[in-house]
Design a binder for this molecule. Sequence first.
Ligand code: 3PG
Length: 215
Amino acid sequence: MGHIAEILDHASPVLPVLVVENPQLALPLAEALLRGGLAVLELTLRTPQALESLWLIQQELPEMVVGAGTVLDAEQARQAQQAGAAFVVSPGYTESLAQVTKGLDLPWLPGVQTASEILQAREAGLRRLKLFPAGAGGLTLLDNFAGPFQDMMFCPTGGIHAGNLGEYLARPNVACCGGSWLAPQALLDAQNWDGITALAREAVAIAERQRFVGK
Ligand code: 3PG
């Protein structure tokens, strides 16, 4: 699975965005999401334990496709790849990240919010982008981007939850949605793995209903 398009198709409908502080919880968390039907995750580099957690999951749970999120610079992209990340996600787009991920042959999902950023990413050969933060008028942006950018697909993230997931997935230019609501801190702290599996299943059910209704 070498391309971001393939990875996102596999992630469809949802890419869980994880913040892991305790590496011992990383594996049961990933297993809970997998049991719920989600086989791709984004582990953010927001804690000192993130790379170790990422490494553990990809070693112990080969069915799970693990990416690194919150990748802000070239060094983090390299570290993520060394820890076994299958792809990296950034909140925004920079030319240096475009170059380094291309050089490393590391699939990259950068965040965009404007037509100019989409054009830049498109010039770099990218056709799948994170729309971030989706909470800032994401549905309107998607509808407006659909006209000029007919070959671009988006993964809205930031402000997505079970209540608005269906509305986002109904957009023809949405490949999947990302979000942290699938692994809330309270359930993680309580090690409530069944609760996390239930949230994953709920997301999959929303997507299936959407597919049945049709885009
Ligand atoms: C991200 O890094 O993609 C966002 O912080 C996730 O946003 P959410 O917490 O609103 O899902």
